[in-house]
Design a protein around this ligand. Structure first.
Ligand SMILES: [Mg+2]
Length: 248
């Protein structure tokens, strides 16, 4: 692999080092965060740590829903679930396009999750309290799920708005169209906004629109190539700590 030039090199170095040496990083030419007036936060695995088993629960409930909806055994339903995910971007879109599914039934079922495994980090509320500007949650899940999660975390009063998969007309991140819709819906100037996400690919459209980006890496393996990394301006393994010690 070639060593990337410019801002990408810091992230690349961390990748090569196995992620263990850098808990916070900032690219040398990252957008200045002093002018930020809107913070757009992803929800799952961003506002709480990855590894809380929500993804496992979600995947299981998706499989159960597909099995019930199509009258298939679970193992066959899982195959269909994966086929639709690859063919349509999400299992939900596959069911809507191929079978005329009412998305509300699906979204309510798959997001009926046990949140008790999500730890509460008091620093996150402190960090959001100290953070100037509006805060919006932008999730590929539902606003109902987002409100439950931020309520569980005790940070619901810090958010000014939500944008979910229904608002996105069922086009999940990183499709480009919903990013424009988020900006329109919440009257956001992308050049004074920052997007915070655990999936680095989802930051590319945000960076292309002029937003600053923060990748909450969470210690997970990287699926990006070095050429894609320049869309990430800031990296952290500890979002509350990073916000409390905001780079300039
Ligand atoms: Mg996420």
């Amino acid at each position: 692999m070639a060593v990337p030039a410019g801002p990408a090199v810091l992230v690349w170095l961390a990748f090569q080092s196995g992620y263990t040496q850098f808990s916070h990083m900032q690219a040398t030419t990252a957008p200045n965060l002093h002018n930020i007036d809107v913070w757009i936060f992803d929800l799952d695995n961003t506002l709480y740590p990855v590894g809380c088993d929500l993804g496992t629960q979600l995947g299981r409930r998706m499989g159960e829903f597909v099995a019930q909806f199509l009258g298939l055994p679970l193992d066959q339903a899982r195959v269909v679930q994966k086929q639709y995910f690859h063919a349509h971007g999400t299992t939900l879109r596959g069911l809507m396009v191929e079978h005329g599914l009412d998305p509300g039934d699906y979204l309510d079922y798959v997001h009926d999750l046990d949140l008790s495994g999500i730890p509460i980090d008091e620093r996150l509320g402190q960090a959001l309290e100290a953070l100037p500007g509006r805060k919006v949650v932008y999730t590929n899940a539902t606003t109902k799920h987002a409100r439950r999660v931020v309520g569980h975390l005790g940070i619901q009063h810090h958010f000014d708005g939500f944008f979910d998969i229904v608002d996105a007309d069922f086009m999940p991140k990183p499709n480009h169209s919903p990013y424009d819709a988020v900006l329109d819906r919440h009257d956001i100037d992308p050049t004074t906004a920052v997007m915070v996400e655990d999936i680095a690919q989802n930051l590319m459209p945000a960076a292309n629109l002029g937003m600053a980006t923060v990748w909450v890496r969470g210690g997970r393996g990287l699926t990006l190539t070095a050429e894609q990394i320049p869309h990430v301006h800031h990296v952290t393994d500890d979002l509350p700590g990073w916000l409390l010690d905001l780079p300039g």
